[in-house]
Design a binder for this molecule. Structure first.
Ligand SMILES: Cc1ncc(COP(=O)(O)O)c(C=O)c1O
Length: 313
């Protein structure tokens, strides 16, 4: 069984009692339905997680921060020695066409996972000389409104460290996410939404899938990007804080400081700006969402409404 359509009953794929939207994907040059999309088992992404990705959201007929996402994607590919095989301009046109097709088919709240892998291998084996095609480019599109509860989420600190650059630079936004998936499993085991991952020195890095900020005495405080993904939404939070005239402190931050913060929130493309109500069983702040978090969420919303690459240009 390798196509989602083979899981369908009465022509519908169901998840938690809801029908899964049969969106349109881009798979190595073809536009195909999610239910029919396949890729070779010899693809480097399947074999080794040898590839990079970006999670990108659309708002209406605009693709939010597309250039920034592609910049990070191409930089990660360059580091890994993966030839994308398409220019950024060509990639933008593919994304626009894909989103147009999905909107024309009636889909909305679109979120993309744009993946580039090292391509197909001639036989199993990690060595890149076994690769016989140029990169594989797959863009999964899902109907996916922001994924977290905006009333507030709970976090637990996991024993599992986020990679330091001396093992695997977290600035490479790679498809192999076992480090974070193990942390997510830990969060699930403990009944939390996300796990806080520390760096090798015991300072907070980020959560398993988002960046983590706090507000204390009117300042935005956030961990440096040494051991975390330099999130595009995180950079936007700094920009918003500066516009609001707030002090910004990028420095080492401990879990204890988060416990005692006035407000804590996570941010990322897939979930936007989301308040944290509890960490390791301790309540955070006086009210959730806190007033500053709400202000950040409001400013972020304005940006998503005004910025973006139009699919109609
Ligand atoms: C580990 C991790 N941190 C943070 C983020 C948020 O990054 P962005 O704001 O660029 O979506 C992501 C998104 O993929 C992520 O995987």
């Amino acid at each position: 069984m390798y196509k989602l359509s083979q899981l369908a009953e009465d022509g519908k794929i169901m998840f938690n009692g809801n029908e899964v939207a049969d969106t349109i994907l881009y798979v190595n040059g073809d536009y195909v339905r999610k239910s029919e999309a396949v890729i070779s088992v010899y693809d480097s992404g399947f074999q080794h997680g040898d590839g990079v990705y970006e999670g990108i959201r659309t708002y209406g007929r605009k693709v939010y921060r597309l250039e920034e996402h592609l910049k990070r994607l191409y930089e990660s590919c360059y580091t890994l020695g993966i030839e994308v095989g398409k220019t950024k301009e060509e990639m933008i046109e593919i994304v626009k066409e894909l989103i147009r097709r999905n909107i024309d088919a009636g889909f909305h709240d679109l979120h993309m996972r744009l993946q580039v892998t090292r391509g197909f291998k001639v036989q199993t084996g990690m060595h890149p000389t076994l690769n016989i095609t140029s990169s594989s480019i797959v863009i999964c599109v899902d109907q996916k409104p922001p994924i977290f509860n905006k009333d507030g989420i709970t976090l637990v600190t996991t024993w599992l460290k986020r990679y330091s650059p001396s093992y695997m630079d977290p600035k490479i936004h790679c498809c192999n996410q076992l480090n974070q998936i193990m942390a997510a499993c830990e969060a699930i085991r403990q009944g939390a939404d996300e796990a806080i991952m520390l760096d090798q020195n015991g300072f907070v890095a980020e959560t398993n899938s988002t960046n983590l900020q706090m507000i204390k005495d009117g300042a935005l405080i956030l961990p440096t990007i040494d051991s975390q993904l330099p999130g595009i939404t995180r950079a936007t939070m700094i920009q918003i804080a500066k516009q609001l005239g707030m002090e910004v402190q990028e420095r080492n931050v401990t879990v204890s400081e988060y416990y005692n913060a006035d407000e804590v929130f996570i941010c990322g493309t897939v979930g936007e700006v989301v308040p944290v109500k509890m960490i390791d069983g301790k309540k955070i702040g006086k009210q959730v969402p806190g007033p500053v978090t709400e202000q950040f969420a409001e400013e972020y919303k304005k940006l998503t409404e005004s910025l973006g690459v139009s699919i109609d240009d």
